[in-house]
Design a protein around this ligand. Structure first.
Ligand code: ATP
Ligand code: MG
Length: 184
């Protein structure tokens, strides 16, 4: 499984809809002048995939909306298209689309065009579990290696590194579910 395409509209420096060419499953390189939107592009990806940006306050959401002289937008979206030909995301589809939309008062998710009801708990169980079982860690998004991250990985305690490996392997979500089911 890999990210095949990213579509962005109205998010930070991206006013008009942009859509990337299909990515290679191997290495892709993003280049651009200073201030051209490289970091915003990765922010957009994390905005959809990580739970670091849940429970945003209205002003936080506002900061994500494109603002330009006379061209401010009232809503934005980021859509990630996964190539799922290896069925790593446990659904029987070759392509899975996850879109998050944001406006000053709204913040919603769509999975394959279908609205996922905006209840954070529900989102976590439906979408985050789906992502996590495909190896996307939600609390510790190692798939975007930010500055300083390599150092923190080497300095982690063994138990923390084991937790991370469980997340990468996509098994932690099942442990969580097992723990939940034993509570009942
Ligand atoms: P560098 O090479 O310096 O790291 P970069 O390609 O990573 O640059 P970004 O940080 O992604 O660039 O983009 C910065 C630009 O995005 C700035 O010009 C900033 O004004 C613009 N920007 C950030 N938020 C918004 C917003 N809400 N509306 C419009 N523009 C924005
Ligand atoms: Mg940058």
């Amino acid at each position: 499984m890999y990210i095949k395409k990213v579509i962005i509209e109205g998010f930070k420096s991206y006013r008009e809809e942009i859509s990337t060419e299909p990515f290679s499953p191997k290495v892709n390189v993003v280049v651009g002048a200073n201030g051209s939107g490289k970091s915003n592009f990765f922010h957009a990806i994390r905005f959809v995939l990580s739970d670091m940006f849940q429970n945003l306050r209205s002003e936080d959401r506002g900061a994500l909306l494109h603002e330009g002289a006379g061209h401010s937008v009232v809503s934005a979206f980021v859509e990630i298209v996964f190539d799922n030909t290896d069925n790593r995301i446990p659904v029987d589809k070759e392509e899975v689309r996850l879109r998050r939309t944001v406006a000053s008062k709204k913040d919603e998710y769509y999975l394959d065009g279908k609205h996922v009801r905006h209840v954070i708990v529900l989102f976590k169980t439906e979408v985050m579990n789906l992502l996590e079982s495909a190896g996307f860690s939600r609390s510790n998004p190692y798939y975007v290696v930010q500055q300083g991250k390599i150092a923190s990985l080497t300095l982690m305690k063994d138990s923390e590194r084991l937790d991370l490996l469980k997340e990468i392997g996509g098994t932690r979500v099942y442990e969580d579910r097992r723990r939940e089911s034993l509570k009942i």
